[in-house]
Structures are given as C-alpha cells and as structure tokens.
Design a protein around this ligand. Structure first.
Ligand code: ZN
Length: 64
C-alpha cells in the first residue's frame, strides 16, 4: 500500500499497513513523509522508506 492523504485533511499523509490496513498518522497530522516515516519506525513499522511502500505495521511485524 502507500501513504495516502488523510481522511479529514487531504493535505496530510497517513501510512497504511499492507497486511492489515491499519493506519498511522502524525499528531498533529502532517504532510511531511519523512516525519511520518520516522515516527512509524519508532513505533515499530517496517518497510521501504518511500511513500509507495510496502509498509508493515508493528502489530503485523510482531505477528510474523
Ligand atoms: Zn498491520
């Protein structure tokens, strides 16, 4: 999956897990991909460091 515009504000980005569809966005929401990805890594996400992914959330990483 890819990072897509946020539901509430199309100018922001949210990250979507390719496996389960879980989303992550910054608080406050941001359109800065690298800020989002940096926080995602801290939160345990793995994947390719580009918006196009693939990306896997921490839950799915733990679950194998
Ligand atoms: Zn997931």
């Amino acid at each position: 999956m890819t990072a897509i515009p946020g539901d509430q504000d199309p100018s922001t980005l949210q990250l979507i897990c390719d496996n389960c569809g879980r989303t992550m966005l910054l608080d406050p929401p941001s359109a800065h991909w690298w800020s989002l990805w940096e926080q995602a890594l801290i939160a345990g996400w793995q994947g390719f460091n580009r918006r196009v992914g693939p990306h896997t959330c921490a839950h799915c990483v733990d679950g194998g």
